[in-house]
Write a protein that binds this ligand. Structure first.
Ligand code: ATR
Length: 285
């Protein structure tokens, strides 16, 4: 880590708990690589203390913060400005403090797209994508996917009502049609088979004793498969997709790029993405 001096700028992450966060390793490695005078600090903030903490961060001239559970929605009333992504997802993961004002962004969706681009995949146009899961991560992914010119997005979830609600919430925000279905829908196999892109956002992928939520035989080799779950690095869904000849994308990319985009907002310097990825890999695996 850089030596802390009178000129060191402070960034960090707020959450509760926060001990599990690997963002400090990722960002501090990037500052060290570039030799810029910043430090990234984890702050455990109890929900009751959030208003005082925000005032405090302003008072001590913190430059930027990442925001994680349980503050992603709760922080919004304290912000002076929010991005379109925050309006659509209802969640913030990055704060930027400038001239006494706080701007809230959500870099998860752009990070998701950058993670896909990094693997050399041309983003699909005029085709369909299928997203598994209907929680907060699925919402960020779908908001991002509505910006790339897909014809249709299917949201498939164990609890169908949540998929339908999510599809309704986001349907009028772009030219992409969004439909919510259950994981037990008889048409699921066909939806998967026709998709140019299948994305898993359901945390169940972390458990390698459980089979993927879709059957490998449904996948065509032309379909790209992205699992945003990053532990393990290759989930069972990704291994069966690779066996089918599909282009696969690991969730670690999204984690790296959501951080890299935040890094650039705070420092106005191009982030050293490879250093950030190496640091995360070392911290996680
Ligand atoms: P996040 O906000 O991180 O996306 P979440 O809101 O907890 O997390 O969402 C988890 C997603 O994984 C949900 O879509 C959940 O399905 P339900 O809405 O039916 O709960 C899905 N999920 C979790 N465990 C699952 C399992 N065993 N089988 C199928 N889906 C599962």
């Amino acid at each position: 880590m850089m030596q802390i001096t009178g000129k060191t700028k402070i960034v960090g992450v707020i959450g509760d708990p926060i001990e599990h966060s690997r963002s400090p390793q990722m960002h501090n490695a990037a500052f060290a690589e570039l030799g810029i005078n910043y430090v990234y600090v984890p702050f455990r903030i109890h929900p009751d203390a959030l208003p005082a903490a925000i005032e405090g961060f302003k008072a001590i001239n913190v430059v930027g913060l990442n925001v994680t559970i349980p503050h992603k929605q709760a922080v919004i009333p304290f912000l002076d400005e929010i991005s379109r992504e925050v309006e659509l997802t209802g969640a913030v993961n990055t704060l930027t403090f400038e001239n006494g004002r706080i701007k809230g962004d959500n870099t998860d969706g752009l990070g998701f797209l950058e993670g896909m681009r990094e693997t050399g995949l041309e983003l699909p146009h005029g085709e369909s994508a299928l997203v598994i899961g209907a929680g907060g991560s699925a919402r960020a992914v779908i908001v991002a996917l509505t910006s790339i010119g897909l014809e249709t997005i299917f949201v498939a979830n164990r609890t169908k009502s949540k998929a339908v609600k999510l599809a309704e919430d986001l349907s009028d925000t772009s030219g992409t049609a969004i439909h919510g279905i259950g994981l037990d829908d008889p048409q699921l196999a066909d939806r998967v088979n026709r998709a140019a892109l299948v994305v898993n956002t359901a945390s169940v992928g972390m458990d390698i004793s459980k089979p993927p939520l879709i059957h490998a035989e449904w996948l065509r080799p032309q379909t790209a498969v992205y699992d945003i779950v990053y532990t393990p690095p290759e989930t069972r869904l990704l291994s069966v997709a690779a066996e089918r000849g599909c282009h696969t994308i690991q969730g670690l990319s999204m984690l790296v790029y959501q951080g890299a985009i935040a890094f650039e907002k705070w420092t106005h310097v191009t982030p050293p993405v490879k250093t950030m990825k190496d640091a995360l890999q070392q911290a996680l695996y």
